[in-house]
Design a protein around this ligand. Structure first.
Ligand code: NAD
Length: 482
């Protein structure tokens, strides 16, 4: 059995310590590797190495730092299928979905190539007689990237290409559930020619996160995960004088108006609810209809959901893979139970559609619960599984109010052919990412990946553009007279 190695100071290292977290192939239900419990010395050593490396790295001209991005982009493009296969093995998503995960990562490498332009400062001559003023942006030191299990490749790339290209070094701690893809990518980081120590990879769970948050050399933390952990990381990180940006949980509502092009949109809507087996922070969770289109939407949606084939993600016939762990699958089943107990009606029961070819896999089929209302758990809590809850709103205004009462604000979508509804929706809905006839409103790499309310902690969002420059650099103002 393989113990996951760290990548520190340019070398893959076997870590001492107790086997603590199992890595599974969720389709087969089999343990394939393990992560050891992190030790403080191990994390501190990686941070020390990153801090030493950063002192030299910040002096490397930015055009040379960008050249390494091009090499990394090239290497990742050449090895795309290999990385995607590892992702499917450790996560369970389909091979096509895994390729999408890697492509989104590569797009962030490309987007970070704009850093030389974005880091530019400003100046004013003669702010007073004979006095000039200049603003320059400088790197801060070592950043940590702490990522969740559901996009093992893309999410670390929301941050580290920008952080290092802007002159910092990074310590990446992937999810202990899916640590293998980023581990493989460290080979490409090395091959691209990043100096030893500039990009470090450590492994572990809560204990590793705590050691990172307690280390004085960490200037900032880019976190993505569930809301309770994001809040914990935000509070502990900021009280230890670090910058923190924290993407968090979601409950996404999809409003399908009676005038929507339902036939043209249904695949897109289905993809939003059941893509990645619903383990996506942008996944649709509640489908909102109005009384006049509820039955038609339900019929079309159910027919399409019933066609989805469960299976191992590396097989071409598979539309939907397993969930990440057995206990997570059981948690999703508990939500389905609670939906029934609290008055919902089950229209399609995923608990009846396992995958006969892989009986030990963590499979749960597409599920539909109808007649949900506010106050029910399935209407308000993140399920993170293939469950669509149907809510019938009285009107467009009622739908908006319901969506805006959610504690979360990651994403929402409207399907309509009316420009007026689309405009009002985007103006009035309180979510950071908004889809108009798009069910997974995922911003491209050079836009911030937004998020509001309990779906985001901090003010500067992931991905490229102004937010990454502000997060990963400090501004110095120089006033001079000669
Ligand atoms: P998680 O919160 O369990 O874990 C995220 C990271 O935090 C992991 O690296 C993990 O090791 C670490 N961690 C776990 N428990 C911890 C603790 N008690 N103290 C300190 N660190 C801890 O999240 P997950 O289950 O891996 O990922 C799914 C969640 O991530 C969902 O809620 C999903 O909505 C969210 N997510 C959000 C976004 C976004 O951009 N808003 C994107 C993807 C996923």
């Amino acid at each position: 059995m393989k113990g996951i190695m760290d990548y520190v100071n340019g070398r893959f290292e076997e870590v001492d310590g107790q086997e603590k977290y199992d890595v599974f192939n969720p389709a087969f239900g089999e343990k394939i590797a393990f992560v050891r419990e992190a030790k403080r010395e191990e994390i501190d050593r990686a941070i020390d190495g990153a801090s030493e490396a950063q002192k030299k790295w910040q002096k490397v001209p930015i055009s040379d730092r960008i050249k390494l991005l091009f090499r990394l982009e090239n290497l990742m493009g050449n090895r795309l299928e290999e990385i995607a296969e590892i992702t499917t093995i450790e996560h369970g998503k389909t091979f096509e979905e895994s390729k999408g995960d890697v492509i989104r990562a590569i797009q962030n490498v490309e987007s970070a190539a704009a850093s030389s332009y974005q880091i530019m400062g400003r100046n004013n001559k003669q702010i007073a007689t004979g006095i000039d003023e200049e603003l320059v942006r400088v790197p801060l030191g070592v950043f940590a990237v702490i990522s969740p299990f559901n996009f093992p490749v893309m999410i670390p790339f929301w941050f580290f290409p920008y952080a290092v290209t802007l002159g910092n070094s990074v310590v990446i701690k992937p999810s202990e559930k899916t640590p293998m893809s980023m581990n493989m990518i460290m080979n490409l980081v090395k091959e691209a020619g990043y100096p030893d120590g500039v990009i470090q990879l450590v492994n572990g769970g809560k204990e590793a996160v705590d050691y990172i948050l307690e280390n004085r050399k960490i200037a900032g933390v880019s976190f993505v995960g569930s809301t309770p952990v994001a809040e914990y990381v935000y509070r502990k990180g900021t009280s230890n004088r670090k910058r923190v940006q924290g993407g968090a949980s979601a409950k996404n509502y999809i409003l399908v108006m009676p005038d929507a092009d339902l036939d043209g949109s249904i695949n897109n809507i289905i993809g939003s609810f059941y893509g990645n087996a619903g383990e996506r922070c942008l996944a649709g969770s509640v489908l909102v209809t109005l009384p006049e289109n509820h039955d038609r939407v339900m019929n079309v949606f159910k027919k399409r959901a019933e066609e989805l084939k469960l299976g191992y993600g590396m097989e071409e016939t598979t539309d939907m893979g397993p969930l990440i762990r057995r206990d997570h699958m059981e948690r999703v089943e508990m939500y389905i139970d609670s939906g029934l107990r609290e008055g919902g009606k089950i229209v399609l029961d995923g608990r009846n559609s396992r995958c006969s070819k892989y009986p030990k896999g963590f499979f749960l089929g597409p599920t539909i619960i109808d007649g949900v209302s506010e106050g029910m758990k399935v209407m308000s809590e993140e399920i993170f599984g293939p469950v669509a809850s149907f809510y019938s709103a009285d009107s467009f205004e009622d739908a908006l109010e319901v969506i805006n009462r959610s504690r979360y604000g990651n994403a929402s979508s409207i399907y309509t052919t009316s420009g007026q509804y689309a405009k009002r929706f985007s103006e009035m809905v309180d979510t950071g990412n908004i889809g108009i006839n798009v069910g997974v409103a995922a911003p491209i790499a050079f836009y911030p990946f937004s998020g509001m309310k309990d779906s985001f902690f901090g003010d500067l969002h992931p991905q490229g553009g102004d937010d990454s420059v502000l997060f990963f650099t400090e501004r110095k103002v120089i006033i001079s007279k000669w």
